[in-house]
Ligand binder design. Structure first.
Ligand SMILES: Cc1cc2nc3c(=O)[nH]c(=O)nc-3n(C[C@H](O)[C@H](O)[C@H](O)COP(=O)(O)OP(=O)(O)OC[C@H]3O[C@@H](n4cnc5c(N)ncnc54)[C@H](O)[C@@H]3O)c2cc1C
Length: 380
């Protein structure tokens, strides 16, 4: 990886250690996880030993206390070798960030140190069958019943849910109050009345399983994160963080696809000369590189702002949008440069195309990122 503006030697050292692990342990299994739709949770012991499962958390709550830049570089290295594993980790961070941002110290102490060690796995349940891009439309309800809440409703496309030990569920405590009526609850996997489907059959990131949840369960009021009605604010802050994870996953897949395209174009002979000699191929490579570097710049800009402690919703939306669209372009062109070979499952190109596609959809689609960016401009 090239040293880039604002990246410290410590950040590079952490990324290099994760990169060595990812190359040795994740890359050799990536095609198998994809082919068999086998869960990337098989990598939890190795990832946990390296501290990856808590990398989003401060030392006080069991994390290694690395910078936001090191976190991004680590995810790039993981996604470069196995995007499904990066997605599984990202879903765990969505859950632990929810507890960190929304919870009190009792809940943080109960979940975060074990989650940071990878002893317990988390999931984040915001989306519903009829409420994706606009979560304020959710119909899952949490009705107070003495010192408990009764949660009822259906959540859809919830990554990790089937493997998770705890799920952060967003539900309406006040159905009339729109987004201000949403609260968040930590639901343990053994909560009576929690039903989890078989994994969805996905196009890509097939080792990163997503499930439907049916909730009809009682949850102690002490499992609520923060005040009633604070859930939407918590979720939006969590998504600011997670959009950088998606940008980093995009960069990782894009780095892998571009490297494959460069080496194939050097080796493949057409009419006795390497493909790389053709101007049409050179221009394609140049366009891929430009988009990759633009995505790096926006991602690191957002990462620095995150490190400064200021809100970075705009920067995070821009990084997610540009990086996820760049990886779509780059994986498509990389496959094109490989010709028919790229279209076979003997090579990872078609997997890169499929894995990259979700990055423009989840954690706010490209259309929603554009809406966030425009709202910031118009509010200024
Ligand atoms: C594999 C996978 C894993 C996921 N993991 C999780 C998870 O762990 N937790 C979780 O809570 N959710 C998760 N999701 C859900 C994901 O975040 C949603 O699918 C996403 O937010 C889009 O919602 P939707 O599918 O309901 O699409 P819709 O909201 O129905 O949108 C359909 C289309 O309309 C567009 N659109 C919507 N509103 C507008 C608008 N205002 N202007 C212009 N266009 C618009 C969208 O961009 C999209 O192209 C996951 C989804 C998948 C597929």
């Amino acid at each position: 990886m090239n040293p880039r503006l604002g990246v410290s030697d410590d950040d590079l050292e952490i990324a290099a250690a994760i990169g060595r692990y990812a190359t040795a342990e994740l890359a050799p299994l990536a095609a198998e996880l994809d082919e068999q739709a086998r869960s990337a949770t098989c990598h939890l012991p190795g990832l946990s030993a390296l501290g990856v499962m808590g990398m989003n958390l401060p030392e006080r709550w069991g994390g290694p206390g690395v910078s936001p830049t090191a976190l991004v570089l680590a995810i790039v290295e993981i996604a470069r070798c196995c995007a499904a594993t990066a997605s599984m980790i990202g879903a765990h961070y969505l859950a632990t960030d929810s507890v960190l941002i929304g919870g009190d110290d009792a809940l943080r102490a109960r979940y975060l140190p074990r989650a940071a060690q990878g002893v317990i796995l988390g999931a984040f349940a915001l989306t519903e069958p009829r409420a994706g891009s606009n979560p304020a439309d959710m119909s899952t309800r949490a009705r107070r019943d003495g010192d408990h809440y009764h949660l009822s409703g259906v959540k859809h496309f919830i990554s990790n849910a089937g493997e998770a030990d705890f799920i952060v569920v967003y539900a309406k405590t006040d159905a009339q109050a729109g987004s201000r009526g949403i609260s968040a609850f930590v639901v343990d996997k053994d909560a009576p009345g929690l039903q989890i489907s078989q994994p969805e059959k996905l196009m890509g990131i097939r080792g990163g399983h997503a499930f439907e949840l049916a909730l009809d369960c009682r949850v102690p009021a002490t499992q609520r994160l923060g005040e009633e009605g604070s859930g939407f604010r918590t979720a939006m802050k969590v998504l600011d963080n997670s959009r950088l994870d998606v940008a980093a996953t995009s960069l990782g897949i894009a780095e892998a696809a571009l490297a494959a395209a460069v080496s194939w174009s050097r080796e493949r002979l057409i009419g006795g000369e390497p493909l790389a000699e053709k101007q049409g191929i050179q221009w394609m490579l140049a366009d891929m590189k430009l988009r990759l570097e633009a995505a790096w710049a926006l991602t690191l800009q957002a990462t620095h702002k995150r490190g400064s402690g200021e809100r970075f919703s705009l920067e995070s939306a821009m990084a997610k949008l540009v990086a996820s669209e760049a990886v779509g372009f780059i994986t498509d062109r990389a496959l094109q440069i490989h010709g028919g070979y790229g279209y076979t499952r003997d090579m990872p190109l078609e997997r890169y195309v499929r894995d990259a596609r979700i990055l423009r959809i989840y954690e706010g689609s490209s259309e929603i990122q554009r809406t966030i960016i425009a709202r910031h401009m118009l509010a200024a």
